[in-house]
Design a protein around this ligand. Structure first.
Ligand code: AMP
Ligand code: MG
Length: 483
């Protein structure tokens, strides 16, 4: 297997060669491979021996033919532009091609300070590393595009947060680390050549169907990115994922979920649900996610303007037309998503009242999003499971829904609902328990039982209640960023 770098060719210090903190450190026996994702290793045919993984995936031993680097990027954080972000605690240790010739990056997170650390320690505590390991696998299994997690290595060193915590290094596999903020960075440098190269790299990786040249190429690229963002956000809304920090530097132009910092799962249904402790105004609330993704696409559009041959007014008009398509594209797919969740093969105008009545009851009665749709799905089974029960508060609504789905073939309705409504999700309290287990024991029996279930979320089987339990405390659950 050969590794290479693909970002150092871009100018403007886009990728800065930089070694991880533990590179060739004298004390590798402290390193411990705590979590290893065999499925990811196999999927990408990553030829790193598990017995040596603690050395390579902590940054101690460099991968052959590759040089570690940290990437520069800018970004709008909570709406405010920050020109100098970048990998402050991450290193790309190499890129590789999988068996189909698609390129991926291996990136370490928590691997030490870089030129972009802005005073931060460059480290990651064990808890957030475990969170990323579990959440990224669960989100992948839910059918949502995402970066993946290969491993977590415990460093044996402490990290100073509110208290002293054990440190860890995550290894992430991503189809690229090209963010909206990457384009913003090169646009800010007025680096037209680098911007063009980055555009070509992104098109080659994600949108090879774009063959247009000149200004049309820019327009087609923006359109393709918008479509991928729409698809991603529809998935998030379908499964109840609240990302929590949808800054432009956390938005990949390939449309994959990245950065599992303050994310959490919606339990009690509410479009206003916010978990992140720093999101005081609900900018990234569950129901805000579609608008924010659109806003982020607009920031990408701005960054591309300088590449237009046409004058700025004309360029802005062309990009604005593409951005305007986002809303209608989103709304069409959003309706279809709700239709499918309800078991309807198509969306009709009068389905809006059926849906809003249901969501209204879920919200006012504080009912669980996943369990409610799973219980409806369960009603369509020949032999319903006993672990899912339709909440009594839905009784007045049920006959209306039944009348509507009776227009279709029952087995089709059942198959449809089962394919879009997960039975099991990474519930916030259970994830906290797993993290606690790792802090206290360096392992988690709970995770051993839970992870196989999370990896088959549409299986529908008799689950133990502990995996389905939703406590109303969940609404006040808080997550923390950059911890
Ligand atoms: P995030 O919220 O994880 O997307 O991080 C936002 C920015 O802060 C990125 O530029 C990170 O590299 C940087 N950052 C987060 N935590 C640390 C840390 N402990 N040390 C240095 N930089 C950090
Ligand atoms: Mg980030």
């Amino acid at each position: 297997m050969s590794f290479f770098d693909r970002y150092t060719q871009l100018g403007s210090q886009f990728a800065v060669m930089h070694s991880p903190r533990l590179a060739n450190s004298v004390n590798p026996e402290k390193l411990n491979l705590l979590l290893w994702n065999e499925d990811v290793a196999n999927k990408y045919a990553i030829a790193i021996d598990k017995g040596q993984a603690h050395l390579y995936l902590s940054g101690h031993t460099p991968l052959k033919n590759s040089t570690a680097s940290a990437l520069a990027y800018s970004g709008h954080q909570f709406g405010h532009f920050n020109p100098t972000l970048g990998d402050g605690r991450a290193h790309i240790i190499g890129s590789f091609n999988d068996n189909s010739g698609n390129t991926y990056d291996l990136q370490l997170k928590g691997s030490g300070a870089t030129p972009f650390s802005r005073g931060g320690d460059g480290l990651c505590a064990l808890g957030p590393a475990v969170r990323e390991f579990v959440m990224s696998q669960a989100i992948d299994a839910l059918g949502v595009p995402t970066t993946e997690c290969l491993s977590v290595v415990a460093t044996g060193d402490d990290v100073y947060r509110e208290s002293l915590l054990p440190g860890a290094i995550v290894c992430r596999v991503a189809s690229s680390h090209i963010r909206v903020g990457s384009f913003q960075y090169l646009a800010l440098q007025q680096d037209k050549k680098g911007l063009q190269q980055l555009l070509d790299m992104a098109i080659e990786r994600y949108y090879p169907e774009i063959t247009a040249q000149g200004d049309d190429r820019l327009v087609e690229f923006l359109r393709a990115v918008c479509k991928k963002q729409v698809a991603l956000i529809i998935h998030w809304m379908r499964v109840g994922f609240v990302h929590g920090v949808m800054n432009t530097d956390n938005t990949l132009v390939g449309g994959e979920t990245i950065d599992y910092g303050p994310c959490a799962m919606l339990e009690g249904f509410s479009f206003e649900q916010v978990f992140s402790s720093i999101d005081r105004h609900g900018r990234y609330a569950f129901g805000q996610q579609p608008n924010i993704a659109s806003w982020n696409c607009a920031r990408l559009a701005e960054s591309l303007l300088m590449l237009f041959a046409a004058n700025e007014k004309h360029a802005v008009e062309r990009m604005s037309d593409v951005l305007a398509e986002y809303a209608s594209d989103f709304n069409n797919q959003y309706q279809l998503m709700w239709a499918n969740k309800l078991g309807l093969l198509e969306w009709r105008e009068d389905d809006a009242s059926l849906l809003s009545e249901l969501l209204g009851i879920l919200k006012t009665e504080g009912l669980d999003y996943t369990n409610s749709f799973a219980a409806l799905t369960n009603l369509t089974f020949e032999n319903p499971l006993s672990c899912f029960e339709v909440p009594k508060e839905l009784s007045p609504w049920l006959p209306k829904w039944r009348a509507r789905i009776n227009e279709y073939n029952r087995s089709q309705v059942c198959a449809l609902m089962r394919s879009v409504n997960p039975a099991i999700i990474p519930r916030n309290a259970l994830l906290e328990q797993v993290i606690q287990d790792y802090y206290e024991q360096g392992q988690s029996k709970l995770l051993e039982h839970w992870l196989p279930l999370l990896k088959a979320p549409y299986q529908y089987q008799e689950y133990e209640q502990c995996y389905l339990e939703f406590t109303s405390k969940s609404a006040s659950y808080k997550t923390f960023c950059g911890t």
